[in-house]
Design a protein around this ligand. Structure first.
Ligand code: ZN
Length: 140
């Protein structure tokens, strides 16, 4: 683990997630992060930027191709959705389990956005049907 990866892990352990928008770091936390942690993140910005995934919009191309692949993996309702992945890649620590991009997280941001998008579409499509109990239509 590099010092920058250690800092990301430390921030995550403190409940702080670090994202990137262009060349800005974005910290998210339920409560304001402690000043010492913020200062060290600021000072490590140059090391952090290359390894923090870009914060992406749901319509960004890097999300769109992943979502297109994952949509194909959604089985017919009401079977539960499987683990959605963007590519068939062997899981390696330090790489996204879904696309294989090197990243200090289980899934990279575009893959997380794509999963959220596809599952939201699925829920929207089956919103009414989801309330119906399978088998209750017996005899009709
Ligand atoms: Zn990924």
């Amino acid at each position: 683990m590099t010092p920058a990866q250690r800092l990301i892990a430390e921030a995550r352990a403190a409940g702080v997630s670090i994202a990137r928008d262009g060349d800005r770091l974005i910290l998210r936390a339920p409560a304001p992060p402690d000043e010492d942690l913020r200062r060290r993140i600021r000072e490590a910005k140059a090391e952090l930027l290359p390894i923090i995934p870009l914060l992406v919009a749901p319509d960004a191309p890097e999300v769109a191709w992943r979502a297109a692949v994952m949509r194909e993996q959604i089985p017919p309702y009401p079977r539960p959705a499987p683990l959605l992945v963007a590519r068939e890649v062997p899981y390696q620590p330090g790489h996204c389990l879904s696309c294989g991009d090197p990243i200090p997280a289980i899934r990279c941001v575009p893959c997380r956005e794509a999963v959220a998008l596809v599952l939201a579409e699925w829920r929207a499509r089956h919103g009414t049907a989801a309330g119906r109990q399978p088998g209750s239509a017996e005899g009709s």
